[in-house]
Design a protein around this ligand. Structure first.
Ligand SMILES: [Ca+2]
Ligand SMILES: [Ca+2]
Length: 229
């Protein structure tokens, strides 16, 4: 008697629980497939664009996920990510037999690139640049009493990280590059004129102290006068 009561109670319990399982109109089981992203929005093209970072679809058990089931990824405003896959796997072709969650795998695809002068002022800001871009640097900046010799970072030639390129200058006349204008510079120029010292291309520009487009005794003299004066 006790056993039949138990069985009856069990049947009541089963009847109470069974409708709680998700089922569609035909009585088939359904599951929820969730797509989520921490780096952008997800949406379906035929629906209004949203700012959701998570979307869900409900499908029948056994449904095979197809391209049209996968939401489109859009990087967050001001962001820089590109979708490169899904975790734990590519959803396309997956047979749904339980609730599933797919999360975007993204990588940075846009990078800020900015050229600055020695004082931190912006010379040219390219803002967000696509990975792998090769950019033109801005024209050589001009600084009184100095010679522009290049940029601190040449990452703009193949952008794969955030690039902050600062203008590098040498003191005009400082051919021995000891960061001070001194008699050593004048001596080096005189040795160059006497063919006993070589100057490279950058040193030639630095050594043209009087800016007559050549390195000559006038530069050595002007440097010495500048030191004395
Ligand atoms: Ca020097
Ligand atoms: Ca000169």
């Amino acid at each position: 008697m006790k056993i039949s009561k138990f069985i009856f109670a069990l049947l009541v319990l089963i009847v109470a629980i069974v409708p709680a399982f998700p089922a569609n109109a035909e009585g088939e089981e359904t599951f929820t497939v969730t797509f989520t992203s921490s780096t952008g929005y997800l949406f379906y093209p035929d629906e209004a664009e949203t700012d959701d970072s998570e979307v869900q679809i409900t499908v029948e058990s056994g449904h095979v996920l197809a391209e049209e089931d996968i939401p489109v990824f859009l990087t967050l405003e001001g962001g820089c990510a590109k979708l490169i896959g899904w975790s734990p796997c590519d959803p396309v072709g997956v047979v749904v037999d339980s609730d599933l969650i797919f999360e975007t795998i993204t990588e940075q695809w846009y990078f800020p690139v900015c050229f600055y002068d020695y004082d931190g002022s912006v010379i040219k800001d390219y803002y967000w640049v696509e990975k792998g871009s090769c950019l033109e640097p801005p024209p050589d900046p001009v600084r009184e009493g100095y010679v522009f010799t290049g940029w601190s970072d040449d990452g703009y030639l193949n952008v794969v990280y955030d690039v902050s390129a600062y203008a590098i200058y040498s003191i005009l006349g400082d051919v021995n590059t000891d960061e001070v204008l001194n008699t050593g510079d004048a001596v080096m120029i005189l040795k160059y004129i006497a063919n006993t010292e070589m100057l490279d291309k950058v040193q030639m520009r630095i050594g043209d102290f009087n800016k007559d487009n050549e390195v000559n005794t006038g530069d050595a003299t002007a440097i010495l006068l500048s030191i004395v004066g």
